[in-house]
Design a protein around this ligand. Structure first.
Ligand SMILES: Nc1ncnc2c1ncn2[C@@H]1O[C@H](COP(=O)(O)OP(=O)(O)OP(=O)(O)O)[C@@H](O)[C@H]1O
Ligand SMILES: [Mg+2]
Length: 244
């Protein structure tokens, strides 16, 4: 199980304080909801943690005290962190199966072809696709999937990574009811497997159902942190949402 701790994270875009002096600890092996009004800095925070954009300042502590000031996206595999994007990102011109194979074989498409363990990886890829109910699409190019199916595929890629810390940026957005149920099952399974999950979501029913803890951001700052049943009732939290 891996904890994730942030100290004094800052990211300003010109005049906008997207993330402002934020210090936080995400509990190992739990699901933490990351909520807040539009523009409160949730995606920026995930982008900073995963090195997609550089932060202005801040220190990150991963696992057993491992500490770094500089986070690079290409190091995420070694840090055992993965994420999904608010705007779904998959390899559109690859088949659904290959989208998982490149992850399972450490992102090396050529390696996948010659890898002795190919069959093993393929079985794992199919297992993940079956869990997501998209295994019948395995030979389809990802670009031909529906939006929801592409979101599920991206979640599949995150599972295939077998990371310790998984950050989901609005994985439910644009999904039908059945798919929503599926994603919740998967997130709960990740917790059962001891993973540390961070979930950005606007639907408070989902947050209440899944999360052990919730972190509320407002204008890039920490507004509240605690159990969903307590935090979501707090007056300042309700006002931050209604004030949108
Ligand atoms: N690349 C960028 N350049 C300039 N400003 C940005 C950039 N990315 C984010 N911002 C600004 O930073 C603030 C935080 O944005 P962010 O996308 O992190 O919010 P969010 O909480 O994820 O919102 P939402 O719920 O709508 O996804 C916003 O004011 C946004 O306009
Ligand atoms: Mg966002």
């Amino acid at each position: 199980m891996s904890t994730l701790k942030l100290h004094n994270f800052n990211k300003h875009f010109y005049g906008v304080k997207a993330v402002n002096g934020l210090s936080l600890e995400f509990e190992a092996g739990k699901i933490t909801g990351l909520v807040g009004p539009n523009g409160s800095g949730k995606s920026t925070l995930i982008n900073l943690i995963t090195g997609i954009i550089p932060k202005d300042s801040g220190t990150i502590f991963i696992a057993d005290g491992f500490k770094t000031d500089k986070i690079m996206a290409q190091d995420m595999y070694d840090y055992k962190i993965t994420r999904t994007f608010q705007n779904v990102r998959v390899f559109e011109q690859m088949s659904v199966l290959d989208n998982l194979m490149v992850v399972l074989t450490h992102r090396n498409a050529l390696g996948a072809l010659f890898e002795k363990k190919k069959k093993l990886y393929e079985d794992r890829a199919i297992e993940i696709l079956e869990k997501l109910d998209i295994s019948e699409k395995k030979h389809e190019l990802a670009v031909n999937l529906s939006y929801g199916q592409r979101k599920l595929l991206e979640i599949g890629r995150a599972i295939a990574m077998d990371a310790d810390i998984i950050l989901f940026d609005e994985p439910y957005a644009g999904l039908f009811k059945e798919m929503i149920k599926k994603v919740s099952e998967i997130i709960k399974e990740l917790r059962e497997a001891g993973k540390t999950v961070i979930l950005v979501e606007h639907n408070m029913e989902i947050i209440r159902d899944l999360c052990d803890t919730v972190v509320v951001l407002d204008a890039g700052e920490l507004l509240a942190h605690g159990k969903p049943e307590t935090v979501l009732k707090q007056r300042d939290v309700v006002e931050a949402y209604l004030g949108e």
